[in-house]
Ligand binder design. Structure first.
Ligand SMILES: Cc1cc2nc3c(=O)[nH]c(=O)nc-3n(C[C@H](O)[C@H](O)[C@H](O)COP(=O)(O)O)c2cc1C
Length: 217
């Protein structure tokens, strides 16, 4: 009996070890901790701190800050209705947030507040385009509008998609300003390369991105 219990414990430890290694290698989905709604500067102080920053410290983003910045970007803030931190044109919530790290690319699952693994490897250079500094940021958030959610197309839809992405990006900038992180909103990127990598449909448009890190000391 004792031996059986020990064997079970050992197997559980091995399984947990495998999970942690897999997570570190970026091959698995990642559950995020709950965002801390009581931290950070006031909105007015965050607004006074907001600025574009194009260099950062080499440190990885903590899971708590990744959780906070994604929830701020476009997380669920009204669970009873599924309402989100960012408004969207016609309430269509067309913006998907992709998370690029040195290990992998993930899609932010707002409903489960988790990361869904999409592609292995470091693909930050595709979001960087011509601006090499982007690759030095530990995390780059990419905002893709799925315009099919509007149920129509045309110039007006593209404008609404751009506005929706801008709002999500500003949420990120304010979270960063309020919590001692640095970021810059960007429209430049290798759009074609990103569409290929993420297997996007013609209706899914990469609109903007925000590299996120800690300020250089
Ligand atoms: C829609 C949009 C696109 C931008 N694209 C880029 C970009 O591709 N690369 C970049 O370095 N900065 C980009 N920026 C940042 C601006 O250059 C920056 O906001 C501006 O110089 C003002 O500086 P501040 O943000 O510190 O006030 C962009 C900003 C916006 C709003």
């Amino acid at each position: 009996m004792k031996f059986k219990a020990m064997k079970k414990l050992l197997l559980a430890a091995v399984a947990l070890g495998c999970m942690l290694v897999a997570e570190a290698r970026g091959t698995e989905d990642v559950r995020l901790p709950q965002p801390d709604l009581n931290k950070g500067l006031t909105v007015m102080k965050a607004l006074s701190e907001r600025q574009s920053v194009r260099e950062c410290a080499p440190d990885d983003l903590s899971l708590d800050d990744l959780s906070g910045v994604l929830w701020a970007a476009n997380g669920v803030n009204r669970p009873e209705t599924g309402g989100r931190t960012a408004p969207s044109a016609l309430g269509k919530q067309d913006i998907d947030v992709y998370v690029f790290t040195a290990e992998a690319v993930y899609l932010y699952d707002h409903a489960g507040h988790s990361l869904k693994h999409r592609v292995d490897g470091d693909h930050r250079s595709l979001v960087a385009g011509q601006q090499d500094f982007v690759k030095t940021f530990p995390v780059v958030l990419l905002f893709v509008s799925d315009t099919s959610r509007f149920g129509m197309d045309g110039e007006r839809v593209r404008l609404m998609a751009a506005m929706d992405a801008g709002i999500v990006s500003q949420n990120v900038s304010l979270y960063c300003a309020a919590n001692g992180l640095c970021t810059v909103p960007r429209a430049s990127m290798d759009t074609e390369g990103l569409c290929k990598l993420l297997n996007l449909t013609p209706a899914q448009l990469p609109m903007m991105n925000n590299p996120v890190g800690y300020p250089k000391k």
